[in-house]
Ligand binder design. Structure first.
Ligand code: AMP
Ligand code: GLY
Length: 425
């Protein structure tokens, strides 16, 4: 089978690494990929958001399946494009249709979905510039801190948490009236603050059946002790100790089942990953958000723990027979530590030469922001490399990743040395 994987980050390198291990793969292409995916497949310079270019590549290279890593092509309707194009409609694309992708593409849509299907989430209301005054009144019914979310995609920056009511009013005005996040904040969801500990739960669904993948916890802040600015994610751990059987049963009954049933009831054609961002509030799970893709860097710990052939899983997603595939999970702990560029998540330099990759032992290095320059690997993003290791426990896995974090070098290397700190007893 020939597969085209779309994307270029650490998530895609982890997916490509796993796909390349399948006995059923003949050719694996990654569009556009990075210096790491090049070692497990063939990078192709096709812009994933140029659907005609994707179509031409798929037709010209005998592609049998397309796997979409990031959300942008899904939100833009790549699945619908394939379904509506006669020459493509028999080629499965792993990912939801455009309306399904709105679970991530619009906060209001996803909140309405949760309310309609009685899925536990924070109380909320949505406002536009015309209802600014009502937004102020709604803020007064909530307690501090105040959570404001731009309705649309805002590159992970669209959520503001304000301690003071005055600050929340100013930010709400700035989002709605001054277009702080462009058109993404033409509408703003204001919601109740949930106090607890977060985790990420991943579901693979064929629209009818589902598999719950190993849960993971990611570390979003740049600074140790979860301080400083939000990033795409600085590290991750799987499994998550507090996500025990009792908790996961609640997640399955109260959240996963009604989510998959809700998609069916709403006639949303959804064949792909659902990433459920959860808050554990005193042992009770609440949905913070849905994403319509895998998480990054969570993929770098979740995928290495999946023993089942990914092609078998994806094929079952395509023909709605996921109930007939067994999901086998590695019981070991996997952790990943993200090496980033100095300055990230603000401005940073690119193009710095990375050394020591050949000296890494007993970890898998997934490339996030790298590029190949005539055999040299250069930094090409804020998040550069994710160093994943297995261990009998979290401490063992982390020791291994940290040892290799010292071995890899480039100018301006930074990483958090406290991944998992909140999970240690
Ligand atoms: P989101 O983009 O919706 O994932 O929000 C970004 C981050 O804001 C989440 O990962 C949480 O840490 C935080 N957050 C979002 N909504 C809430 C909420 N209702 N209560 C507490 N924290 C929240
Ligand atoms: N790690 C969080 C995300 O992928 O959105």
């Amino acid at each position: 089978m020939n597969v085209l994987l779309i994307g270029s980050g650490g998530r895609e390198h982890a997916l490509a690494w796993k796909l390349s291990q399948s006995k059923r793969i003949s050719k694996l292409y990654i569009a556009p990929g990075n210096a790491g995916t090049k070692n497990v497949g063939t990078n192709v310079s096709v812009n994933p958001e140029d659907f005609e270019a994707v179509r031409d590549f798929v037709r010209g290279n005998g592609i049998h399946m397309v796997v979409v890593g990031p959300e942008a092509p899904l939100v833009a309707g790549i699945v619908d494009y394939f379904q509506n194009e006669p020459s493509l409609k028999y080629i499965p694309v792993i990912g939801p249709t455009k309306v399904g992708a709105m679970l991530e593409g619009s906060k209001e849509f996803s909140k309405e979905f949760m309310v309609r299907h009685r899925i536990p989430t924070a109380r909320y209301n949505a406002f536009t510039a015309d209802s600014l005054e009502e937004g102020f009144k709604f803020l007064e019914t909530l307690n501090s801190p105040y959570v404001l979310k731009a309705d649309g995609l805002a590159a992970g920056k669209g959520v503001l948490i304000c301690d003071e009511l005055v600050e929340a009013r100013i930010e709400l005005t700035s989002m709605l009236v001054e277009h702080k996040f462009g058109s993404a904040s033409d509408k703003v969801v204001i919601e109740e603050f949930l106090k607890g500990i977060e985790l990420s739960v991943f579901v693979l669904t064929d629209g009818k059946n589902y598999k719950i993948l190993p849960p993971a916890k990611d570390y979003k802040r740049i600074g140790e002790g979860d301080t400083g600015l939000n990033t795409g994610g600085m590290g991750a751990i799987s499994p998550v100790p507090f996500a025990d059987q009792t908790f996961m049963n609640k997640v399955e009954e109260r959240i996963v089942k009604p989510t998959v049933a809700g998609l069916q009831r709403d006639n949303i054609d959804y064949k792909g990953f659902i990433f459920i961002g959860l808050m554990n509030v005193s042992g009770e799970p609440y949905v913070i958000e849905y994403n319509v893709r895998m998480g990054d860097p969570e993929t770098e710990v979740v995928i290495p723990r999946i023993k089942t052939d990914l092609i078998d899983l994806f094929e079952a997603v395509a023909d709605q027979s996921l109930d007939r595939v067994k999901l086998e999970v590695d019981p070991r702990t996997a952790c990943t530590v993200m090496l980033v560029s100095d300055g990230y998540p603000g401005a940073y330099e690119k193009g710095r030469r990375i050394g020591g990759l050949d000296k890494v032992r007993d970890s898998v290095v997934f490339h996030a922001g790298t590029k190949d320059d005539n055999g040299n690997v250069l930094t090409n993003g804020g998040r550069v490399l994710a160093i994943t290791s297995y261990g009998e426990n979290m401490t063992e896995a982390l020791e291994q990743s940290y040892a290799n974090a010292q071995v890899v070098n480039y100018e301006g290397k930074y990483f958090r040395s406290d991944i998992g700190f909140d999970l240690l007893n």
